[in-house]
Design a protein around this ligand. Structure first.
Ligand SMILES: [Zn+2]
Length: 555
């Protein structure tokens, strides 16, 4: 029987993993006007073959719904790719070589900015100004590390900012100092802005170029949608996204999480409402608000319930920093929830997670149930008592799975300072799933690689991928009971993240009527050893049936 309307495209001879509710498989998909019109066997879809239908032979490769990154900073990461980019540096020597080469190649730059160094490349995670002074003595250098919670600066930068031994630590950060109290060259959290406020901001052109670069890279990794975890504040990208969408250059679907200024209160809500109204163009929507509840463990700014331990294992006085907590957080979340915003929390350690859940609970009590799908990103340390609360409150666990493995940042800078039993509460993805929690997955790029296959690899194995660019000495499985199975990890990166992006009716699975946002791999992940997940390669990425990336035999 001939089809009434021939398809534009048939994808055949594949291992089509649909991620529908039944987790069903097929071998072929038909696409018409950007939508999936048939899913089935090669024979089933043949009725959609017309004279102008393009046929793509997947040659046994896997076809998946496009990956969605639930927490990333693509525009900023793209700008970093254009600056002094240290992400590929494996150690301190390579950082120095890159900075020296960049400074030499950019004699016109008044500042050396960029970043992406890894804390484990430097003793204590705190590089010193002397190293930079030796290679860039004349210009200020400001280089945030890859997690964005600390920055490496030289003496000129400290001078420009007026930071001396007499400068007190700001309330939301810390100036690293030597034994004599002199600023030593690393600034933590809020202390970064003492220098950053003087550094040149990326221009509108820089942001636009960065976004384009980032989008192309993410498409090459099979990503078709993401939630930009900071739009606003120092990442002034609302207009960047709107302009890209208006020009028709935003091929990805993007949810923007508008920045909650932690130094202000409810008076900023009208501005957020205005930004949401302006930020709804094409495939872009700014419907989420990002609240940074705490910092990170490695510099002891993540908010913990019991104090961190010192290097000798003795309790300190430090319980980290809650940038926004307690009643302030409850009030903010309740009002944002009432205005229809989704709240995207940065909630890293167990006190921050608890306070974020308390805030969602407060909002539920005042506003009643709704479908905003508030989510907690990072969830590095979760107190066991809080695990069942996610489901009760309808809160989504937004997991950065690449961090859930032994490597030096974990083994040397985290576990000893969390202590027993708390270090075992890290990245409890298995426990959350067993408690019925919706799991979304995201990279936090440029903090770490945005490659979904690398992240799925760690979610499943809890061991770093063999091709990870840094030396990993410890290949012991990290908390094996928290591993999740491959199907669940894939669902996290597709339907789970689509759910958090409110894109689950349109995307997230391969089903008739849904958008043809698709990713083809060179192999069926289920037919290869789990230790090889990260070795799979993306061959084709499509958004609404249009190719946004193609490689290998599908190029
Ligand atoms: Zn982030």
């Amino acid at each position: 029987m001939p089809a009434s309307t021939p398809a534009d495209l048939l994808l055949v001879n594949g291992a089509v993993y649909t991620v529908d509710a039944a987790r069903s498989w097929a071998s072929a998909v038909a696409v018409k006007d950007g939508r999936v019109v048939a899913v089935g066997t090669d024979h089933d879809v043949r009725e959609h073959l017309g004279p102008r239908t393009e046929v793509v032979d997947l040659r046994g490769g896997m076809l998946l719904p496009g990956f969605q990154d639930a927490h990333a900073h693509p525009a900023a990461a793209g700008v970093e790719m254009l600056q002094c980019d240290l992400h590929e540096a494996a150690d301190a020597e390579e950082c120095v070589a890159i900075i020296r080469a960049y400074a030499a190649a950019h004699p016109e730059a008044e500042w050396i900015v960029g970043g992406g160094w890894s804390m484990d490349a430097f003793r204590g995670g705190t590089p010193t100004k002397e190293v930079l002074d030796a290679i860039v003595p004349d210009r200020p250098v400001f280089l945030p590390n890859r997690d964005g919670h600390g920055a490496w600066v030289n003496s000129t930068a400290l001078k420009v900012a007026g930071i001396t031994r007499d400068t007190p630590d700001p309330s939301d950060g810390r100036i690293e100092r030597d034994a004599l109290g002199e600023p030593s060259g690393t600034l933590h959290e809020g202390a970064m802005s003492l220098v950053d406020d003087h550094a040149p901001e990326p221009t509108a052109d820089d942001w636009a170029e960065g976004l384009a670069k980032a989008q192309a890279y993410l498409h090459s990794l099979g990503i078709t949608a993401w939630q930009d975890a900071i739009v606003g504040g120092s990442y002034d990208t609302l207009d960047t996204y709107v302009a890209a969408a208006e020009r028709g250059e935003l091929t990805a679907r993007v949810i923007g999480a508008l920045w909650w200024d932690r130094h202000r209160g409810l008076e900023q809500i009208p501005e957020l409402l205005d930004a949401r109204a302006r930020g709804r163009v094409g495939r872009f929507e700014a419907t989420s608000v990002k609240i940074m509840v705490d910092g990170v463990c490695e510099n002891f700014t993540a908010a913990v319930l019991e104090p961190y331990l010192d290097a000798e294992g003795r309790p300190t006085e430090n319980r980290g920093i809650a940038f926004v907590g307690g009643e302030d957080l409850k009030l903010a979340v309740t009002h944002l929830d009432a205005e229809g915003f989704q709240v995207h929390f940065h909630a890293l350690a167990e006190r921050a997670v608890r306070e974020a859940l308390d805030a969602v609970e407060a909002a539920r009590r005042v506003n009643g149930p709704n479908d905003h799908r508030h989510h907690l990103a990072h969830i590095q340390v979760v107190h066991p008592n809080d695990i069942p609360r996610f489901r009760r409150l309808g809160a989504v666990a937004n997991a950065q799975a690449l961090w859930a493995a032994h490597e030096s940042q974990m083994d040397d800078l985290t576990i000893p300072f969390l202590g027993e039993p708390r270090w075992r509460w890290q990245y409890p993805f298995g426990s959350l799933l067993r408690a019925g929690v919706v799991l979304a997955m995201g990279s936090d790029w440029s903090v770490s690689s945005p490659d979904p296959l690398a992240q799925i690899h760690v979610a499943v194995n809890r061991v770093m991928p063999p091709d990870y660019p840094y030396t990993v000495d410890n290949r012991e499985v990290f908390l094996p009971e928290e591993r999740i199975d491959l199907a669940t990890a894939i669902a996290g990166f597709t339907m789970g993240s689509a759910y958090v992006n409110h894109l689950d009716r349109l995307t997230g699975s391969i089903e008739v009527g849904k958008a043809a946002d698709l990713t083809a791999l060179d192999r069926n992940l289920f037919e290869h050893p789990l230790e090889e997940i990260s070795q799979a390669r993306v061959l084709l990425t499509m958004v609404e049936g249009a190719r946004v990336f193609a490689a290998g035999n599908l190029a």
